[in-house]
Design a binder for this molecule. Structure first.
Ligand SMILES: [Zn+2]
Length: 200
């Protein structure tokens, strides 16, 4: 029998809203949350560009407003969109941050959670590189659990109960992260995640 050694908890600086050690690719696609509004919801997304292909530079390019519309037929449809997420977890578990967690990223669009609309105002959006029907990787589950634990520690307004998929807050319009995302597996890892301390 072996005992797994947990990696150290991730750290978020609440002053800057940045995750220590993440690759930072800061996006111009964000603005301030409404006055007095704190993050109360975590929204899990799935994305791949082009759809079904992993590993390219295109998600960074979309979220920074530099996606070349002529590089792929699908890009022509989406190249002008001003969208972002706070963070992306790549297939190998690497975390990329686009928007400071205290700011409002533009990830959910038309949406509602428990009767409250405009989820971007009060949520943090995390993308997993993947598709609705491709299993997400072990490294992604580990990274999402570690990031979620760090967010819960940094922002006490978040709770483990208020975590939803994009498909839950935009039903009929969005399907991500899809049936391939194993909620029970994620929640079990989150329950086991070491408690992160806070800074800032
Ligand atoms: Zn989404």
């Amino acid at each position: 029998m072996s005992v797994a050694v947990s990696p150290p908890p991730l750290q978020i600086d609440r002053t800057t809203g940045l995750l220590a050690g993440a690759r930072q690719v800061l996006s111009p696609h964000f603005d301030a949350r409404p006055a007095g509004v704190s993050p109360e919801l975590l929204v899990v997304h799935g994305i791949s560009l082009p759809p079904g292909e992993f590993g390219g530079p295109w998600i960074d390019r979309l979220f920074t407003g530099t996606l070349p519309g002529d590089a792929h037929p699908y890009f022509r449809e989406i190249a002008g969109q001003r969208v972002s997420a706070h963070a992306l977890i790549r297939r190998d578990g690497q975390i990329v941050q686009y928007v400071p967690f205290g700011e409002r990223a533009w990830h959910a669009g038309q949406s509602a959670y428990r009767g409250r609309s405009a989820c971007n105002d009060f949520s943090i959006g995390v993308e997993l590189e993947g598709t609705d029907d491709t299993p997400y990787t072990d490294a992604q589950y580990q990274a999402l659990a570690a990031l979620s634990a760090a967010l819960l520690a940094a922002y006490p307004s978040l709770t483990k109960q208020a975590i939803a998929g994009h498909s839950d807050v935009s039903p009929g319009r969005k399907t991500d992260p899809g049936p391939s995302f194993e909620w029970a597996r994620f929640r079990e890892l989150l329950d086991q995640a070491p408690r992160a301390s806070t800074r800032g």
